[in-house]
Design a protein around this ligand. Structure first.
Ligand SMILES: Cc1ncc(COP(=O)(O)O)c(C=O)c1O
Length: 414
């Protein structure tokens, strides 16, 4: 882009922005299986107005904006209570799941360094753990050991994890649920293992944190995964996923305030401008993301989150039942929350070719690589696509069987 010599008027800018979007996939119609969470235009409007009300406020400035400090604390308090945190727990509002995971891993590293003198640490995690753990390890000088899950249910293999622990291991990870298969790792067993070996257990509830408590209340079986499980030291839970908030919103929570004070806080004084204290990777932090998250919680209320959970579980059932009626397709089991994977149950049917055919009808397909499949992560808005999706999927299977819909789109886990 060349900078215009004179600034443009808003109508022209708006037209250009809309034009820039013209080749994007339609999330509004539910044609994407990832990247967005949407209920309806009413909630979207509340978020936009709340965001705009704090569009320039900076939540780095605690002295300047006590308003944001209060909104942030309200959101954190809600998250801690929902996740059964003890009285003395602490939370941090972050920009997203990856930052929450980074901060938890950093806090665990500094805790292990201070309390055990471990200088070359490692974490042992199931292979299904989010790449953010390896990314954090890369940045923080921590070896992240990925251990294959059990073959039958894709959950963390606790015995195999135990066998990879050594004197430099500082922590373990379990997901609630994991992204590739949507299943919960056995957090109780991981917690017991962590306690018996003096290790940190982080539970990644970026997907399940704000959804699974409501799914459980609807009567579905959800394993225990939160602070009520002994041994869980930290949690990540994304407001901008099933918390239904605007993007740039997640929580990182610690079992005790002392951990935050001693091992998470960055308290810096070696420059001319005086003390600089931060708990996140960001310096300047958008007040809008906090205000929009606070507004979302208050707009949806308990009833709204239950409604979202019901919509997701009903959509999932309708989709899984429909897929089961298409010859040649099957859904991987178990699928415990909002994610499921469709695979080929017929050696003559290439699931990649089915994905290619779906792409030609405007569906952004999540391509599972191991085993090959179609990855689906549902949010409430998928309600509007169930019929179209099943119709196009049956058509796509027919295309794939005839060898149609080439060339293949480049594969991507996301
Ligand atoms: C289980 C899990 N953890 C962490 C993340 C990372 O979250 P973010 O993309 O907000 O950084 C994701 C994202 O999909 C996830 O599914």
């Amino acid at each position: 882009m060349k900078l215009p010599e004179k600034g443009l008027a808003w109508p022209e800018i708006e037209a250009r922005l809309n034009d820039a979007k013209k080749d994007d996939f339609s999330w509004r119609e539910g044609r994407m299986a990832v990247y967005y969470y949407y209920l309806d235009d009413e909630l979207a409007e509340v978020q936009k107005r709340a965001y705009a009300a704090f569009w320039t406020e900076n939540s780095l400035g605690k002295r300047a904006f006590p308003s944001l400090a209060k909104l942030e604390n309200d959101v954190i308090d809600f998250g801690l209570a929902l996740m059964n945190a003890p009285e003395d727990a602490a939370g941090t509002f972050t920009s997203g799941g990856s930052e929450s995971i980074f901060l938890a891993v950093q806090t665990a590293r500094d805790w292990a360094r201070a309390t055990k003198g471990i200088e070359r640490p490692n974490f042992v995690v199931p292979r299904t753990a989010h790449p953010a753990f390896s990314r954090a390890g890369h940045a923080l000088g921590i070896d992240v050991r990925r251990v294959p899950t059990t073959r039958n249910d894709f959950k963390a293999d606790v015995g195999a994890i135990a066998s990879r622990i050594d004197d430099n291991t500082i922590g373990l990870v379990g997901s609630a649920p994991c992204y590739p298969f949507g299943v919960f790792d056995p957090i109780r067993e991981l917690g017991a293992l962590a306690q018996s070996r003096g290790l940190w257990l982080h539970v990644d509830a970026c997907v399940g944190g704000f959804l699974s408590p409501y799914v459980k209340r609807l009567g579905h079986a959800v394993p225990d995964w939160d602070f009520s499980v002994p041994g869980v030291m930290s949690l990540s839970a994304d407001l901008h996923k099933h918390g239904m908030a605007a993007k740039g919103a997640s929580l990182m929570m610690l079992r005790a305030k002392e951990l935050k004070e001693k091992h998470q806080t960055f308290d810096f004084r070696e420059w001319e401008r005086g003390p600089y204290v931060a708990w996140t990777m960001q310096g300047t932090r958008p007040g809008g993301a906090i205000a929009a998250a606070w507004a979302t919680l208050n707009y949806l209320g308990d009833e709204g989150y239950l409604r979202c959970a019901r919509m997701i579980m009903d959509n999932k059932k309708a989709l899984i039942d429909g897929i089961g009626r298409i010859p040649g397709l099957a859904v991987l089991e178990p699928s415990e929350l909002s994610i499921f994977v469709t695979r080929s149950a017929d050696p003559a049917l290439d699931i990649g070719a089915v994905s290619d055919a779906m792409g030609t009808r405007g569906w952004l397909i999540g391509r599972q690589v191991e085993p090959p499949g179609i990855h689906m992560h549902l949010n409430p808005s998928h309600e509007r696509m169930v019929g179209d999706y099943l119709g196009d999927l049956a058509w796509a299977v027919g295309q794939a069987r005839q060898g149609g819909a080439r060339p293949r789109e480049a594969g991507s886990t996301y």
